[in-house]
Design a binder for this molecule. Structure first.
Ligand code: FES
Length: 190
C-alpha cells in the first residue's frame, strides 16, 4: 500500500517570478534534494505567484499510480491553490519524446481537474453542501433559486448578498447568476 503523504509544507510570503527558478528551489522547499520523486508545488495567484503547499512522494509503480496521485492531490487541494505544478525528478534514462512518467503527469492533471462540486437545489441544502465543500477544501459552485418578477434584471427582486474583492455586494440571480462561487454566497470559518 502506498504510504500516506508527508504533511505539506507552507512557505508564506515567498514569491516566484520565473518558473525556471522552481526546480532549483525544490530542495530548499522540502528540506533535502529529492531523488526519484514527484513533487507537487502549488501557488496562490495574487499580483504574483505566491508559494502554497509543496508535497513530495516517491515515484510509484504504475499499478500504485492512481492511489498515490489521489493522496498527493488531496494533500495539496486542501490548501485551495490557484495553480499546481507537478515536477518529476529522476525516474530513468529514457529521452524525449518517450518521457517515462508522462502517464503520471496525466494522472495528476486528471485528478486535479476533477475536484470540484457543482450543486443546485433549495438554499438550505446548498448552504450545507458548501459547508461540506469547505470542510474538504474543494471548489464549489452553486446554482441559486430565487423568486423572480421580471427575470431580466429590472426589478431587483431576486438579489442575494455575495462577497466580492471590494466587499459585500448585492447580485441579481436572474442576470448575474444563477451560478455563483459558493464561498462568496455562504460565508463560514476558514
Ligand atoms: S427578477 Fe427582476 S431583477 Fe431578477
Amino acid at each position: 500500500m502506498t504510504p500516506p503523504p508527508a504533511p505539506p509544507s507552507l512557505i508564506d510570503g515567498i514569491y516566484l517570478d520565473d518558473l525556471g527558478e522552481l526546480i532549483a528551489g525544490i530542495p530548499s522547499m522540502i528540506g533535502f534534494p529529492p531523488v526519484d520523486s514527484i513533487v507537487l508545488v502549488t501557488f496562490h495567484v495574487t499580483d504574483r505567484l505566491q508559494f502554497g503547499a509543496t508535497v513530495r512522494m516517491d515515484l510509484p509503480e504504475p499499478r500504485h499510480g492512481p492511489d498515490m496521485v489521489s493522496q498527493l492531490c488531496l494533500a495539496t487541494v486542501a490548501h485551495e491553490p490557484d495553480v499546481a505544478v507537478p515536477v518529476i525528478i529522476g525516474g530513468g534514462s529514457v529521452d524525449p519524446p518517450e518521457l517515462p512518467y508522462r502517464w503520471l503527469m496525466e494522472l495528476v492533471a486528471k485528478e486535479l481537474g476533477e475536484v470540484e462540486i457543482f450543486a443546485c437545489g433549495p438554499t438550505p441544502m446548498l448552504e450545507v453542501i458548501t459547508q461540506v465543500a469547505r470542510a474538504f477544501h474543494v471548489p464549489c459552485q452553486v446554482s441559486l433559486e430565487e423568486f423572480m418578477a421580471c427575470a431580466v434584471g429590472g426589478c431587483a427582486g431576486c438579489t442575494v448578498q455575495v462577497q466580492t474583492h471590494e466587499g459585500a455586494a448585492m447580485k441579481r440571480v436572474c442576470v448575474d447568476g444563477p451560478v455563483f462561487d459558493a464561498y462568496t454566497v455562504f460565508q463560514g470559518p476558514h
